[in-house]
Write a protein that binds this ligand. Structure first.
Ligand SMILES: NC(=O)c1ccc[n+]([C@@H]2O[C@H](COP(=O)([O-])OP(=O)(O)OC[C@H]3O[C@@H](n4cnc5c(N)ncnc54)[C@H](O)[C@@H]3O)[C@@H](O)[C@H]2O)c1
Length: 255
């Protein structure tokens, strides 16, 4: 029970890793503001969370908008009285090299993967300062630190997110606010499965093939990533600050 009464914001809570984060943190006692722009999916999930006795409220919001980001922090404060943990998990993956990347794809990646984190952190950190402690865990990607091919907007946004993480860690360690990031390689969630489907491939077959490319023998499941996020958010990681942690099963981006 690492998160008893901790006030936690989880973005992308209707997605693969996000749903797993809600389960993990709620089971360990957290009070959660779960948010996603798929409001209907959040509403569909809420009864099962409530049935399990989770302390979860939901709020739909589009992270592409500053006002929605700031409203999420205010909603958490109104509901629970503060913010102790911020999990910037939501993300999108526009696919293409620079010649295939439209202005819309580029700015969408920057808005959701980077700018939203800036707005959410800027709004949440004063409440963490007031409380005398806080933890932020950003979900970057190994493609942010070692860019893969054909995803220029995604890789650039995730690289900037890793850099933002280290900046905030240095600036706010004196406030006892720890900021860290996880960098997964492939994870078996809708993000990767819809990519196969879009290319006319069977997602199960695609995942089975990808499994063979990982030294540990399989791509990550959402739980593998959520476990590391939870560790970084917990007191057990009390001296981990400014870390950008690869979670890859030893799979390099190249090689
Ligand atoms: N799946 C992978 O292979 C992989 C690899 C590396 C990093 N990641 C990162 O992990 C994080 C979680 O991804 P996932 O695999 O669970 O994917 P997912 O697509 O299942 O979940 C992402 C969630 O973010 C939400 N979202 C997207 N745009 C939004 C917006 N504008 N406003 C609010 N919510 C929005 C989506 O609705 C979705 O529920 C992302 O940041 C992703 O970049 C995933």
């Amino acid at each position: 029970m690492r998160f008893v009464d901790k006030r936690v914001i989880i973005t992308g809570a209707a997605g693969g890793i996000g749903q797993t984060l809600v389960d993990l943190f709620a089971r360990e006692g957290a009070q959660i503001l779960a948010t996603d722009y798929q409001g209907d999916k959040l509403q569909a999930l809420l009864p099962s969370w409530q049935a399990k006795g989770y302390k979860v409220v939901t709020q739909a919001g589009d992270l592409a908008y500053k006002t929605d980001c700031e409203a999420l922090v205010e909603a958490c404060v109104k509901q629970f009285g503060g913010v102790d943990v911020l999990l910037n998990n939501a993300g999108i993956i526009p696919r293409g090299n620079i010649l295939e990347t439209t202005d819309e794809m580029w700015f969408a990646a920057m808005n959701v993967n980077l700018n939203a984190v800036f707005y959410l952190c800027r709004a949440a950190i004063p409440y963490m300062q007031q409380a005398g402690a806080g933890a932020i865990v950003n979900t970057s990607s190994v493609w942010g630190t070692e860019p893969g091919p054909g995803h220029v907007a995604y890789c650039t946004s995730k690289g900037a997110l890793a850099c933002l993480t280290r900046n905030l860690a240095v600036d706010h360690a004196p406030d006892n606010i720890r900021v860290n990031a996880v960098c997964p390689n492939e994870v078996n969630t809708p993000m990767i499965r819809t990519g196969f489907a879009r290319r006319g491939l069977d997602p199960d077959e695609g995942v089975a093939q990808l499994n063979q490319s990982v030294p540990l023998g399989r791509i990550a499941e959402a739980e593998d990533i959520a476990d590391v996020i939870a560790f970084l958010a917990s007191d057990a990681a009390g001296y981990v600050c400014g870390a950008v942690v690869p979670v890859t099963g030893a799979k390099p981006v190249y090689g």
